[in-house]
Design a protein around this ligand. Sequence first.
Ligand SMILES: C[S@@+](CC[C@H](N)C(=O)[O-])C[C@H]1O[C@@H](n2cnc3c(N)ncnc32)[C@H](O)[C@@H]1O
Length: 305
Amino acid sequence: MKNISKVGSEALSSSFSFHYYYIRAMVNDSYLGLGMQDRKRVFLTWRINNIWSGGVGVKQNIYDNNDFFPRYISLRDSGITYNDFVEQPAIKSLISSLNGKSVLDLGCGTGQFAKYCIEQGASKVVGVDISKNMIERANKENKHEKIDYICTPIEDFELQNHKFDKIISSLAIHYIENYSALIKKVYGLLNENGEFIFSTEHPIVTSRKEMDNWITDKDENKLYWAVDNYQEEGKREQHWIIDGVIKYHRTISTLMNTLINNGFVLEKVIEPQSIPIGLELKPKVISEKRRPSFIIIKVRKGSFL
Ligand SMILES: C[S@@+](CC[C@H](N)C(=O)[O-])C[C@H]1O[C@@H](n2cnc3c(N)ncnc32)[C@H](O)[C@@H]1O
């Protein structure tokens, strides 16, 4: 419990940091290339959600936790993670040509994916993330004149007069409590025929309340992966780098049907395994052959709603 309250207090201090980012965004004319109307709208939405409501406990901001962040960054900087060998190759394989396309990256982290989109010819990328640590790093390491990074929770991000050709989200959606509201929002932010591609932790990973699923023998050999509490959707608390990391479990049918019911056409689903180099550099990714850690879903905005 100690760690959870610490996370809560850091969320509060980070909510004040949003202020700085939004004021900076408001005075920066190049911000998103948006008109004053849209800038005011984004700013006011953020104020309502983060200042007038007290800003605490609404959305977890684990990446601004001082114990978590440096350890997460050193893991990612190692370049030999599940992201590098399993998740990123799979999500990239689903994105059709980025040439001349506008992209929204939800939970953009340090902006690696935003930069990748520009390198692939995207005309504009907007990266949104709740964490000021992540956005600071993105602005340092993956800055580009065609990228705008915005520090705000995805749940509060709204634009009235701008839509995107592609919306991408890599491993952020399991942090979002209200999946249905998110999908409606994504639909509204996409151009007709636009693509939404996202990865999330696989429901067989998030289901069990203990979230410690490998059942091992006395010598720590992995016997099998335990799935439990599958139909009980909702909050899960996990030790991942630190205690008290909150994620949300949803069944596969909820993940898919919410998309379908909101007018998306399902195009492809991947439960990825490691690329070959991963098996050499990080032998334990072989476990992905026994059960997938991630699910990657690609849908297209239909025109019937
Ligand atoms: C596992 S990291 C992935 C970062 C990036 N997409 C990547 O692949 O490198 C998850 C990211 O989601 C962000 N995130 C979590 N909850 C969020 C929320 N409610 N709104 C915006 N970003 C959020 C975190 O701050 C973090 O940067």
